[in-house]
Design a binder for this molecule. Structure first.
Ligand SMILES: NC(=O)c1ccc[n+]([C@@H]2O[C@H](COP(=O)([O-])OP(=O)(O)OC[C@H]3O[C@@H](n4cnc5c(N)ncnc54)[C@H](OP(=O)(O)O)[C@@H]3O)[C@@H](O)[C@H]2O)c1
Length: 265
């Protein structure tokens, strides 16, 4: 398999590392397209580095676009000249629709994916939708590559990428916010920062694994921690009174609405 990655920042580089780590592509078959020399030495260990969008990209089975959405307009004209119909283009740019990709790249076989930042350590989740039906070989290739960065979920409807963006795309930031708030609260109650940090992070990790292994719903797990007149109940009285659940729900709805606005659909 041959792969080109146009734009090798946080995500593009994470993809390159995962593909190489799992032996999905050989170093000589991975083309990394940068726009400046800065990271040439660092990325040269992963693949062949170039500053040009040119015919070399035409040899790839898959072309990944990992630039920021605002840079798509700059790379699209050059890419459209070198793409071949049998290639698959995989875009991870937030908010650039399949229709726009197909139109500006003058290319039909496009996949629009929404990864998230834990992809950088192989624990991401990526949902994707396709422009045209991929053949079996192309589907397997896309699934295999995305799975090397975590898990992959195929979506029937492209419009679902907006709520996906709101849940898993932005989701890591919500959890980081909750962790930070809990650590600050522990410190305000007199704990040393490193103690508060260890308590909160290990609690998050343990809670995740309990949820995965306990075969009980989140509500049942909450009930199991909460006893009548106890500490958890005292916390939940405040959470319910201040409508914490409503605030989270509204935030997620706002993120989804913004994703729809940004994609112009
Ligand atoms: N980060 C996330 O959590 C996340 C989650 C979901 C989706 N995404 C999507 O993933 C994409 C990349 O995000 P990121 O966080 O990896 O951004 P990033 O770190 O800024 O990476 C973008 C890279 O594209 C390069 N670039 C820009 N124009 C180029 C050109 N003409 N030719 C070659 N390279 C070019 C930039 O080069 P310079 O280094 O020279 O600026 C930069 O290295 C975005 O479209 C974003 O919507 C990100």
């Amino acid at each position: 398999m041959k792969i080109s990655i146009v734009g090798c920042g946080n995500m593009g580089q994470a993809y390159a590392r995962s593909f190489r780590k799992y032996g999905l592509v050989k170093q000589e078959d991975l083309l990394l397209v940068l726009r400046s020399e800065g990271r040439r030495a660092q990325l040269g260990t992963l693949g062949t580095v170039t500053l040009n969008i040119d015919g070399a990209i035409g040899h790839s089975d898959l072309v990944i676009i990992g630039v920021k959405p605002q840079d798509f307009g700059t790379v699209a004209p050059a890419l459209s000249k070198v793409l071949r119909p049998e290639q698959v283009v995989l875009s991870i740019m937030a908010g650039i629709t399949i229709a726009r990709l197909q139109q500006e790249l003058r290319h039909q076989t496009v996949v629009r994916a929404m990864p998230n930042s834990p992809a950088q350590i192989g624990l991401g989740i990526t949902a994707y939708a396709t422009g045209t039906e991929l053949n079996m070989r192309q589907t397997l290739m896309v699934e295999q590559l995305l799975n090397s960065t975590g898990r992959a979920i195929h979506l029937e409807h492209e419009a679902h990428l907006d709520p996906v963006t709101a849940l898993s795309g932005s989701g890591p930031a919500y959890f980081f916010h909750i962790v930070k708030t809990m650590i600050d609260a522990g410190m305000a109650l007199g704990l040393e920062p490193h103690v508060a940090s260890a308590l909160v992070k290990q609690t998050m990790l343990g809670s995740y694994h309990l949820m995965e292994h306990a075969d009980r719903t989140p509500d049942e797990l909450i009930k199991a921690v909460m006893s009548k007149g106890g500490t958890t109940e005292a916390a939940f009285q405040v959470f319910t009174g201040e409508d914490l659940a409503g605030t989270l729900t509204k935030g997620i709805a706002a993120a989804s609405k913004r994703a729809t606005e940004l994609s112009g659909s």
